[in-house]
Design a protein around this ligand. Structure first.
Ligand code: SF4
Length: 329
């Protein structure tokens, strides 16, 4: 469980992409180019031992945030602090010492494991890279990790194609654990798996969290997965965090109309005692987002002010939400 100390602090995190045609880049001044803002001014923190989930439709910026945190993308603005230290992006690479302490589990266990490497080498690579063991101790550690994730130590000489999807995700988890991380970014960890094995992998992740005191950032579009795993939730819409709340609170009393709409779209989670308002309309073009509150073209409660002014985040019972309804209520 969370012990109160924040392990990750994200402040004003922003990432935009230049989407002008490449040949035009050479001739256009900066102010004439076209930019897509994938993440705008995102701030949140994650306590040690907790699971913080980022949810939102495809294109909301969830994965862009995850990639910046693990150093696969450099932020355009803002700061990420890990255990009190700011992450410095030196040509897109984070310092080796910090890098060992956080890992990532990807969506597709078929694509994330090198098909030419034996399982033992896949798991051993971070152990060697970070100098955590040498000689026979590396193999012994790889065997131990296979056992920890519910596979057999005798699987060490097999290749990834000899395993099912769920078993491959267990191998990916063993590899992530091999650098003895404190923090793991889990990007849609079960969405490529059969429904029958999804719960097994989620339960394994929870057991490992308890055993090793891990902290998770969970990226998911699946609210059932999020309900099973998360302590706190951030809801993203078009690159902006529109609500943050304790998981229980968000599922019972969402404050932002977009959070309500997301929950209403899942029949099992639909809030009782009120009319459902399933997700309608399309997410707008992020290159040319609507002015004011970007959700206003889809919002059933839209007011005149919503079309003009971006709502500032307001404190709620367990977090914050950015909606003009909270200031006019
Ligand atoms: Fe809807 Fe206005 Fe709130 Fe945006 S600010 S979610 S448009 S009520």
């Amino acid at each position: 469980m969370a012990d109160g100390a924040p392990l990750l602090d994200v402040s004003g995190l922003t990432r935009y992409f230049d989407v002008s045609k490449p040949w035009l880049n050479r001739v256009l001044e900066r102010e004439q180019r076209q930019f897509l803002t994938a993440v705008a001014d995102a701030s949140f923190s994650i306590k040690r031992g907790e699971t913080f989930a980022l949810v939102g439709e495809s294109g909301s910026g969830k994965s862009t945030i995850a990639k910046m945190i693990v150093g696969l993308l450099t932020p355009s603005a803002g700061e990420i602090r890990f255990d009190g230290q700011p992450l410095r992006f030196d040509q897109g690479r984070i310092s080796r010492t910090l890098r060992r302490r956080f890992q990532m589990i990807f969506q597709d266990p078929f694509a994330s494991l090198n098909p030419r490497w034996r399982v033992g080498d896949i798991i051993a690579e971070p152990i060697r890279t970070f100098g955590l063991a040498s000689g026979p101790a590396v193999t012994a550690e790889a065997r131990r990790l296979l056992d920890v994730v519910g596979l057999s130590a005798t699987d060490i000489n097999k290749f990834p194609h000899e395993f099912s999807g769920g078993q491959r995700q267990r191998i990916a988890i063993a590899r992530a654990l091999s650098s003895k991380p404190e923090f793991i970014v889990c990007d849609e960890p079960t969405s490529a798996l059969d429904v029958s094995v999804q719960a097994q992998i989620l339960n394994l992740m929870r057991d490992l969290q308890d055993e090793f005191g891990l902290t998770y950032l969970l990226i998911s579009h699946d609210l059932s997965v999020v309900r099973h795993m998360a302590n706190r939730i951030g809801v993203l819409y078009l690159g902006r965090l529109v609500e943050q709340a304790d998981a229980k609170r968000l599922f019972t009393d969402p404050q932002h109309p977009y959070s309500r709409m997301l929950l209403d779209a899942v029949p099992d989670l639909a809030l009782s005692g009120r009319r459902r308002q399933p997700v309608t309309g399309e997410i707008p073009n992020p290159i040319d987002p609507p002015p004011g509150c970007a959700f206003h073209p889809r919002c059933p409660h839209v007011m005149e002010v919503c079309r003009r002014e971006l709502p500032a985040p307001r404190e709620t019972a367990t977090g914050a939400a950015a909606c003009h309804l909270l200031t006019t209520a």
